[in-house]
Design a protein around this ligand. Structure first.
Ligand SMILES: [Zn+2]
Length: 178
C-alpha cells in the first residue's frame, strides 16, 4: 500500500517547519502547532491512543516506554489524526468510537496482519520521522544505518524497515548505491 498523494502532501505541509536544523522532527513543536495535547501515563497494555472530543484531539503514550519509542508512538497517533483530516481509513474509527487505541499485541508484533487503518498510520509515522527525500539524500551522502538512526532519533530496526519500504538495499549496515 502506498500513501495517498493527498496524505503525503498534507504531511509535508503540516511538518514543514517542525524539523530540527540538522536532525529529525521536533514532535513537541508539531503537537503544539496542531494544538494536540499529549499525555504520558500509566496504561497497562496500551502503547498509545488518540482521543477525539468534538474537534479536539489528545494523544496518550505509555510511561513505561523509552523516549524513542514514545516518539514513534506519538507519530503513529498523529498518523491516525492526519488520516482523519484527510478522510482516509482512520476517519471511520473515530466516527464509530471517538478514539483509536493501540495495544502492544497489535503494534508490537509483525506477524499479525494489520488493518489498513494501522498500516496507513505506520506509513504516515515513518514519513514524519524519516521523510523520504531527506532519507534518500542522507543515504546518497553515505550515511550508515546507525548514523541515520542518530540523525532521525529512531532505533535502527526502524531505519532498516524504512529503507526496505523505500526499496533501498543494505549490506553490513551500509547502503548499496547503484
Ligand atoms: Zn494505531
Amino acid at each position: 500500500m502506498k500513501l495517498k498523494a493527498e496524505i503525503s502532501n498534507r504531511i509535508q505541509e503540516i511538518t514543514e517547519d517542525c524539523y530540527k536544523s540538522n536532525g529529525g522532527v521536533n514532535v513537541f513543536k508539531l503537537l503544539k502547532k496542531l494544538n494536540i495535547k499529549c499525555w504520558v501515563s500509566n496504561m497497562s497494555d496500551v502503547l498509545g491512543a488518540i482521543v477525539k472530543e468534538k474537534d479536539k484531539f489528545e494523544i496518550f503514550v505509555n510511561k513505561i516506554d523509552s523516549p524513542k519509542r514514545q516518539r514513534l508512538i506519538i507519530c503513529h497517533e498523529l498518523g491516525h489524526y492526519i488520516s482523519h483530516i484527510c478522510y482516509s481509513f482512520s476517519r471511520q474509527e473515530f466516527d464509530k468510537n471517538g478514539f483509536i487505541e493501540d495495544t502492544y499485541s497489535v503494534l508490537g508484533r509483525t506477524d499479525i496482519i494489520k488493518s489498513d487503518v494501522e498500516i496507513e498510520a505506520n506509513q504516515i509515522a515513518a514519513e514524519i520521522l524519516m521523510p523520504e527525500n531527506k532519507f534518500k539524500e542522507l543515504v546518497n551522502r553515505a550515511y550508515s544505518i546507525e548514523e541515520l538512526a542518530d540523525y532521525f532519533e529512531c532505533v535502527s530496526p526502524l531505519v532498516r524497515s524504512r529503507a526496505k519500504s523505500l526499496s533501498l538495499n543494505i549490506e553490513n549496515n551500509y547502503f548499496i548505491l547503484s
